[in-house]
Ligand binder design. Structure first.
Ligand SMILES: Nc1ncnc2c1ncn2[C@@H]1O[C@H](COP(=O)(O)OP(=O)(O)OP(=O)(O)O)[C@@H](O)[C@H]1O
Ligand SMILES: [Mg+2]
Length: 503
């Protein structure tokens, strides 16, 4: 690609939070018509610099130029008006109001007539905005809460695109989305490029960034390490830039044969969930087994995870903890039997955002600390939490830091650490590696293997085929709420065979 016209330029951008230098004197130039990938490990500063560019926060020092003029937005609204839009990493919609109200939040006045908002006109316009990005099956007059996390994310995409930005920043959106949602984003990237506009695209999926980006800028510890043009992209080299050392290829489990005990730990029997997304689903989880659950995003697999943990309304069927004979009817029973659950939706289900790292991790691990020591001294507690922080390389100023200030991937690690430390016997993992960088991903897979070796059982729900194939003893594929097939670890467990069951 020929790069001539500079659209945006940042000089020596710096942002510190207490002892943390989140962005360390970064220079960044974005050209018109390019899709620029922004990559780096968790906590390397991607979201921070992006939010500065979008006007959400101010740098401590440095300057920016946009379309040839000094650019210094006071907030995100002004950034948007000037032509820079951002789809944020965490949830960006407002609950309790309609989809249309979300889309036109802050710009409702265009629908005002005689002092009143013309709701009909607003809904009509919202419908059009959604259709513009290819969503035809959503009624904008509904309260946004009826949509699942992924569709809520797409509403955000529609909202930002409606402002017709010259630069669109997509912060780790694709990993939160279903295949359909991802395709919508890829379509937008293509369209922006064709129109001579630019995209800053953040993702931990290196394959994806290499495929869709014209160049990749790598951040490490807040510093800009390198920018690699498409023709020079080489996976190992890029990983090395990200991590700062050579990374080995070993990732998933090395054996190619199912191995688990005969003993059934969980019996899922003819389960149908309230929203009707899961129909008459039966499966058994064995001791020491990693049972993979795959499917397209709306197939019912996320409901399965919640249902097994006792958190989803069940219409018929049951989940039984076989060793005790007890039915898992709510999360208390689940926790009593040393079950843990890592939800895909970490902000609303898995973490107490206003609490610190210590309380989030100890909240779940309480038993273990107290059993061992009889009572919890602050010192024991801190030691225990620090062990989790080390094992998962959670980047934080201290364990007393509020979780809401952690980078996206580091939040995910806290969720994982919460259940890991508890010595869970049964783990339900719903997209556990979402948004975590390659190094930590490898560590998480290793921890899963360790737990399996210790006789724990894992229900691994994932949208990543490579992860499912890499880790599962058995793999069940769900389609439209029903089992479409099952594959046992071995020669048959190939990507092609799985895809055939998926679609
Ligand atoms: N408001 C804040 N208060 C304190 N620390 C913060 C705040 N925002 C970010 N940080 C810290 O700045 C660093 C960079 O965070 P940032 O969110 O930019 O990382 P990231 O590259 O987006 O990571 P991820 O891939 O996990 O999303 C992290 O150490 C983070 O904890
Ligand atoms: Mg981030």
């Amino acid at each position: 690609m020929e790069k001539h016209q500079i659209l945006f330029e940042a000089k020596k951008i710096r942002k510190v939070f207490g002892p943390t230098v989140a962005v360390d004197d970064v220079d960044l130039t974005i050209y018109a018509g390019e899709v620029r990938g922004l990559i780096g490990e968790n906590g390397s500063g991607k979201s921070t610099i992006s939010s500065i560019i979008a006007g959400m926060q101010k740098p401590n020092s440095g300057s920016m130029q946009f379309k040839g003029k000094t650019y210094n937005p006071v907030n995100m609204i002004e950034g948007g008006q000037l032509g820079i839009g951002m789809i944020v990493q965490e949830k960006g919609t407002v609950p309790g109001i309609t989809i249309a109200q979300n889309i036109f939040l802050g710009s409702e006045n265009q629908f005002k007539k005689y002092g009143l908002i013309n709701k009909k006109a607003m809904n009509q316009a919202a419908k059009q905005v959604l259709e513009n990005i290819g969503i035809n099956d959503v009624d904008p007059n509904q309260v946004i809460d009826v949509l699942d996390m992924q569709d809520q994310k797409l509403v955000e995409v529609a909202k930002v695109m409606n402002q017709n930005p010259d630069i669109l920043i997509v912060d780790e959106t694709t990993t939160a989305l279903s295949h359909r949602g991802r395709d919508i984003i890829y379509g937008i990237l293509e369209r922006m490029r064709k129109e001579g506009k630019s995209v800053v695209f953040i993702s931990h999926d290196l394959q994806e960034t290499m495929e869709y980006c014209d160049a990749l800028t790598v951040l490490r510890d807040g510093k800009l390490i390198a920018t690699v043009e498409k023709e020079d992209m080489e996976e190992n080299q890029i990983k090395q830039y990200m991590v700062g050392r050579e990374v080995s290829g070993h990732y998933y489990r090395a054996d190619n044969k199912a191995s688990y005990e005969d003993q059934v730990i969980l019996d899922i029997d003819k389960l149908t969930t309230g929203k009707g997304l899961l129909l008459n689903f039966s499966a058994q989880l064995h001791k020491g087994e990693i049972l993979g659950i795959g499917g397209l995003s709306h197939c019912g697999m996320h409901e399965l995870g919640r249902a097994v943990f006792g958190e989803e309304h069940i219409v018929t069927g049951s989940v039984t903890h076989v060793p005790s004979g007890e039915k898992i009817e709510n999360a208390q029973v689940a926790v009593k039997h040393q079950m843990g659950y890592v939800s895909k939706n970490r902000d609303s289900e898995a973490l107490v955002l206003t609490a610190n790292i210590r309380d989030n991790i100890v909240g779940a691990g309480y038993d273990q600390v107290s059993q061992k020591f009889g009572y919890i001294s602050p010192k024991d507690e801190a030691e225990y939490v620090n062990r989790m922080v080390d094992a998962l390389d959670i980047k934080c100023a201290s364990i007393d830091q509020d979780v809401k200030y952690l980078s996206g991937g580091n939040k995910q690690k806290v969720v994982f650490g919460k259940w890991l430390g508890r010595d869970s016997k049964i783990l339900i993992l719903d997209c556990p590696t979402r948004g975590v960088d390659i190094g930590v991903k490898a560590a998480m897979y290793q921890l899963m293997e360790d737990m399996k070796a210790k006789g724990a059982s894992i229900l691994l729900i994932s949208e990543e085929l490579t992860e499912l194939i890499g880790m599962s003893d058995r793999l069940i594929i769900i389609k439209d709420g029903k089992i479409s097939g099952e594959i046992t670890r071995g020669e048959e467990m190939t990507e092609n065979n799985v895809i055939e069951l998926l679609i």
